[in-house]
Structures are given as structure tokens and as C-alpha cells.
Design a protein around this ligand. Structure first.
Ligand code: ZN
Length: 82
């Protein structure tokens, strides 16, 4: 799996520890080679942590959407397209 958008879809499950082992391995190998996805993962992890600590009021279901939006913006800036 070398596709960033696919990886991003799996990141929230990965962070929750609910991803299946095969996908997990693919995702980890993608993250090793992809700085953008690592950055996105770090910010997602941070958001998830804040939510769990009750600091952020967002519902977990809204996280992925926000996250995809954030990545899309990041991508547009970098590549001019998604
Ligand atoms: Zn990537």
C-alpha cells in the first residue's frame, strides 16, 4: 500500500489499536517512507489524546473527517492537487 489516502483512512483505526495486523504492517511501512503521513498521524494522535483527556469537545466520529480535510489542505499546498 503506497497510497497516502488509503493510509490516512486506516490511521484512526491504527491509533485506536483496532486495525488488523496485516494492514498495520502495511501502514507502518508506508509511514516509514512518507513524511507527510507521519506528520498527519502525529497531529491525529495529538487530537485523539486531547479528546480522551476531555480537552477537546469534538466527537471521535468527526475526527476522521477533520483529519482528511487537513490532509487534503496539506496535499493541495504541496502538490497542487489531491
Ligand atoms: Zn503517505
Amino acid at each position: 500500500m503506497a497510497d497516502c489516502r488509503e493510509s490516512i483512512k486506516n490511521l484512526s483505526e491504527y491509533i485506536d489499536g483496532e486495525i488488523d495486523p496485516e494492514l498495520c504492517a502495511e501502514l507502518e511501512s508506508h509511514l516509514k517512507g512518507c513524511t507527510n503521513c507521519r506528520l498527519v498521524m502525529d497531529s491525529l494522535k495529538m487530537t485523539v489524546k486531547l479528546c480522551r483527556d476531555g480537552i477537546c469537545e469534538d466527537l471521535p466520529e468527526s475526527l476522521q473527517k477533520k483529519f482528511e480535510q487537513k490532509l487534503a489542505e496539506h496535499w493541495k499546498k504541496k502538490f497542487g492537487r489531491i
